[in-house]
Every structure is written in C-alpha cells, then in structure tokens.
Design a protein around this ligand. Sequence first.
Ligand code: FE2
Ligand code: FE2
Ligand code: FE2
Length: 482
Amino acid sequence: MTSFKSTTPISEYKGYHGLPPLAGLHTMEGAIDCGLTVEEAVSRLKYTHWALRRLHAIFIARLAAMPIYELKMTFSLHGHYCIEHVDGIFARVREMRHPPFGMDVAPHEALDFFFDEIQNAGDTEALVLGLYEKAIPQLVAAVRDQLEVTNRLYEHPTYRKLRHLLVELEDVEAYGQQAIACLVDDTARAKHAGWLNLLDQSVANFGSFTGTEAKAEHALAAQFSATPYVYDGKPQRDERFRDSYNMGVNPEAFIFRDDMPVRPKTLMMSFKRLREIDVPEMMSSIITETEGKPLGYYVDMTRQLWDEARHAMMGEIGFVVNGIDWTQIPVNFTWSLELNTGLKPEERHAILFSIEQGLMAKETGKEKEWELAVASTDRVSELIQDYDWADEILHAKIGRDWFVKGFGTQAEAVARGQECVYRGFLQLASGYKEAGLTEHRNWWPDLYTAACEHWGVEPDAHVLAYDEFYDTSAPDLPTAKV
Ligand SMILES: [Fe+2]
Ligand SMILES: [Fe+2]
Ligand SMILES: [Fe+2]
C-alpha cells in the first residue's frame, strides 16, 4: 500500500525538477510562517492610507508659499507619489471585504494631531524636519514592517502595492535626508527640539504608523496647530529670483514670428518652460481649496501639477545646457499671484482649462513649439518640447474630464475661462509699474547675447532688437500661456 505520508521535510520542499514552488513568491516554509488576517491587514493599510492622504495635502498646500524653488518642485513630486498610492490602497481595502466607509477620517485622532502640527509648521526648517525626519522615515518603517509579515501568496495584491509604495517612499526619504543636511543647521534643530519631541509623543499615542504598538497617552499640547491651518496661496520665490513682476518680454510673440530665426526661439521656449513654476503654484490653490471631489479628481489634478513642475525644470535644463545663469532672468510670478489671490478656485480652473485647450491649436500651440525645436536641431530642446506637448495633451483631457462636466459643453467651459481671464488681468502690467514693483525691463538682449557667446556666434542685430512687451489688455491670453 502506498503511503500518503510525505518524506520531504518542509524546509526542502521543491517543485518539479527543483523549480521554485508558489510562483517564486515564498518558499513553502516561508508561506506557512507568515501572514496577516484581512482584518489586521486592513487596519494597517488604513493608517498608511491616511498618512499618505495627509502628506499629499501638506506637500500640495505648502508648495505655493514655499520660497525655495527646489523644494517647490520636490513637493510637487512627493505629493504626486502620495496621492497615487492613496488611490491604490483605497482600492485595495475595498477588495478586502471592507467598504470605503470611515476612510475619510483618521484611524486615530493623534495621527491627525501629528499631521496638523506639520501642516502648520512655522518655518521651512520645521516643515522639512517634520516631513522628512519624522513622517516619511516612520511611514517607510511601517511599510517595510507590513511587507515582512504579509503573506505574498494569500495577499499578493497588497504585497505588490506596498512594494511599489516602498520604492517611491525610499526615494522620498533619501531626498529628505539631503534636504535636512542642506537646510537645517544645529541652531534650527535646537530651536525645534521640543516640537520634534511633541511629534514623537503623538506617534507614541497612535501606536506607530502601523497602528500596532501599544498606545501611549501623552497629554499633547498643540504648538503650531494651536490655531487652525490657513492656506497661504501667495506665491513666494527664493532670493535667487529677481524682478518677479517683470512682464517686459513677450516670448510667445517672438516664437511665432516668421522673421525670427529658430535657434533663439529655443531660448524663449526654455523661458516659457521655466516660467511654468507658476502652474504648480496655482494648481496648489485649486487642489487645496476645492473640497469634496472624487479621489480621481485629486489624483489627476496632482499628476498635472507635477507635470507642470517637470516642465519648469525642463526649462532650467534648457538654460543650463546653453551656459545661461537662469537666475539672472526675471521669471515672473504674476499669473499665479493674481489667480491665487484674486480669483475663486473655480475661476482659476476655468482659466487653466481654457489655456490648456488653446495649446492644442496647430499653428500656435504645443505642436508648433515642438516643430520649432526639431528645426533647431537642438536635441535637448527637441526632447523637452516633445514631452511638453505630450503632457499638455493629457492636461487638455484632464480639463475635459473634470472641468467641462460642470458646464455641460466644451464651448461654455471655454467661454467661462475667457471671461475669467479678462476679469483677472485688466490693467495688470501697467499697475505693477505704477506701484513701483517693476520697470518691465527688456531682458531679452542680455539673454540672447550670453547665449550667442556660448554658441560662438555673433548676435543678429534684428534678433537682438526684439522688444515686445505684454500689453495691458492681453497678458497670458489662453493661446499665449503655459
Ligand atoms: Fe508645459
Ligand atoms: Fe499643462
Ligand atoms: Fe503647462
């Protein structure tokens, strides 16, 4: 009689011809040894979900008034990562016999206390320490911990999502460590020592980012969050930026003029890209001040915000490769300033939508910019414009998906945008000059001369003489922006 009894020890269990069993996810021993119940896994995921949701909101809300350009760009990326994973984890929880009820509140009130404090952090050093020394490393540790105890077979969909999350969170953590090293000195650290301790106490109260540790009961006295958070949409730039109200050069008019040669046009396109710093600044206000939309709205809008930040950095590359010190160029913030401080979120979105649709025009839009870049034979410019165009097509779709819905038809939505543009910008440029904020100096000759020097060519007198200003009635028209 054959025996059904296995003679192979579990530790030596293998598949056919020695193939790894269980699709290579675990050894048999490993699979037997680990696993969380659905209940345990969901409980942990709710902590991670909420932490990512709060982090997204902080990164996005704080980037407009964050003066440091590199942090402004990085917050755009880190906010994008966070909301993408919020979406993934939210969906995963629903797959585990859990309706989404209760996922719009914190799983523990001390978790909100912790993030309220960071959201309200009183200076850049505190914000950087709160985000990158406290929140992110502890979230990374919690995700690693859950990955270790997750059964990769039983719970493969969770395992997969958390692995992807960990890859990106580790990048965030690594950048954060560099940000701390560059921006936080001993004096700042000493100044915030008590506050950092308060954050630690709140973490102890919610039982770590896994929510599984014993929960302490420290009495928490709010410091930065003693007064409720107020969104600050007024854009700030660091001290490398100059003459931020200067609207003295109209790059669109130059780019689309037939009498101008193509190579200098790549400089104007780099300027247009770098100037896109103002789009994340402006979208920060729309996303932060628009409540109650489906999660997909925040995912898509944040993706767009990050794309716009990428375009700004593409402009930075365009200048650096041509030997230009871009900090000498006035990169005006007038668009984000006026929209964030003068218009309602829905009006800002109307303008954004209207601009994005305008960029699809064949002769004056993104395709044309790409054609000019190709004609210039400058490979960097070609790549920049190629992806700028691709991204802007996606943005036009995001606009149709989320903005047009509220208006019924595309034409009505565009008309609304036009109306807001004219309301928002009348007399803007002349007003800045009268207020003594800028002389609208024409910086083009200096930029062009420096580039010619780098290229080893003599400046063309006709190009050098370009002097076209944004007139008072038509700055940032839908067809002439972004
Ligand atoms: Fe762009
Ligand atoms: Fe865009
Ligand atoms: Fe853009």
